[in-house]
Design a protein around this ligand. Structure first.
Ligand SMILES: [Zn+2]
Length: 235
């Protein structure tokens, strides 16, 4: 008699918790943005989990179209590949994606703070970092305070390309193009968690298809700062 309602309540709490931690629009655990102004035909491409050995090829595709993007870098990878990390920062915006890419779910406040502090220290050597993206989109208690220290805002997305799976570049592009483009923040990956030398060929193929298709629709490309705060002076 008592057990069943308890289980049901537990499941409800777990479901609500999952929604609160991973839902793109949730601000329960941190200040959060997930799209730009819907009145402007702008798209922000974002890339997580890099830098990787495969990032330079992606940079060449973006340069071919003169498209700016935002890269949420992992501190561990930036120290592993400092030249590539800096190369990205010369043309693109850099965000903090923690130091070792853990899921923050159930982690202590000091663990979360340490992950963000260490990445911020590494990335701060070569970039001004105003944005954060939680690994797997998972936010948890303690994140708000850790972000406040560095004046970081969490960034979610309007569409995620699922490019870490075996989806083809064409399918990833289709997923993205199915969404209304105005103010859209697109989440893709130039790394694969902590993997060295990842195969990101499907991501690159998707970007090769996406950019001309969106340009054809009259879209422009912006960084997260530009799409979220178009009128703000650069920080
Ligand atoms: Zn990630």
């Amino acid at each position: 008699m008592i057990l069943l309602p308890t289980l049901a309540a537990g499941a409800a709490v777990a479901a609500a918790g999952s929604l609160a931690t991973r839902h793109p629009r949730s601000s329960v655990f941190s200040p959060n943005v997930w799209r730009g102004h819907a009145g402007r035909k702008s798209v922000a491409l974002t890339f997580d989990d890099g830098p990787s050995e495969s990032t330079p090829e992606l940079l060449r595709v973006l340069a071919q179209y003169n498209v700016p993007a935002t890269f949420f870098q992992v501190g561990h990878h930036a120290r592993r590949l400092p030249e590539i990390a800096r190369q990205v920062a010369q043309r693109h915006e850099i965000g903090n994606h923690t130091d070792t890419h853990p899921a923050l779910w159930l982690k202590s406040g000091s663990f979360i703070r340490d992950e963000i502090d260490r990445a911020q220290e590494t990335l701060g050597d070569y970039a001004r970092v105003n944005w954060f993206r939680a690994p797997f989109g998972v936010r948890w208690f303690g994140l708000r305070a850790a972000l406040r220290t560095h004046q970081l805002t969490n960034v979610m997305w309007g569409v995620i390309g699922r490019d870490w799976t075996d989806l083809s570049g064409a399918s990833i592009a289709e997923l993205v193009l199915a969404k209304p483009a105005a103010g859209l923040i697109v989440c893709l990956h130039d790394g694969r968690s902590l993997t060295a030398k990842p195969d990101i060929s499907n991501t690159i193929e998707a970007v090769r298809r996406l950019i001309p298709a969106l340009l054809e629709q009259g879209c422009q490309f912006e960084t997260v700062s530009q799409i979220v705060r178009p009128d703000a002076p650069p920080r």
